[in-house]
Design a binder for this molecule. Sequence first.
Ligand code: PGA
Length: 249
Amino acid sequence: MRKNIVAGNWKMNNDLPETEMLISDLIKQNQTSDAEVMIAPTFTNLWQAFESLRQEGIEVIAQNMHFAENGAYTGEVSASMLKSIGIKTVILGHSERRAYFNETDESLAKKVDAALENDMRVIFCFGEELADRKSGNEEAVVESQIKNALFHLGADAFKSIVLAYEPVWAIGTGETATPEQAQDMHAFIRKTLADKYGNDVADEVSILYGGSVKPNNAKEIFSKQDVDGGLIGGASLKAEDFFAIVNAF
Ligand code: PGA
């Protein structure tokens, strides 16, 4: 059975005192849930977050990493560095990384390889822009993002991959895909996987939806058959809202 996952992407928010405060709020709200719960603070606060949440069943994950193991890459962080502080999962390919930091399908394929070589789990993000949807190209765009960055992998690799469909027009805009739009795209994504790797592989991959998921719309989105959870930006910065979303399962 594939897993339900709710992951909070804090983006470039929360300094150390703010991180400590939000984590203590999360611990107060924490309760057993049907979903795996994760948060992704900024690099400088990963260790603190990891230490504080060790016993809480909330996984601390990274927002990005470089593909090289080490070397002359000023400002970058490698998989082995993340692993050395206990981080086992990394978000790759977020649309903000693609848009502002020139991440391409090609560089993302290398990052995915590096993460898997280091036995890390990947939350791989992709999604169309508004113009793609308006011109009816959303499936073609999503298909090429998945194929270009992931389809060199063997079927086994998908045990360590979670997909996150995040339509760019819904991120941080307050405009959510309708539950039907999310379901249609998730079913298309699963079919794309099944065509290449077979139904057994496709059925086991968790596909998250991201883009303005809030406490008031999470339940309906998560109730869709092919939606296995969410990647939550803005609403993950308040413990109460984040857990209201987690508890939508
Ligand atoms: P949002 O961000 O929930 O603020 O729209 C989602 C994301 O970027 O992962």
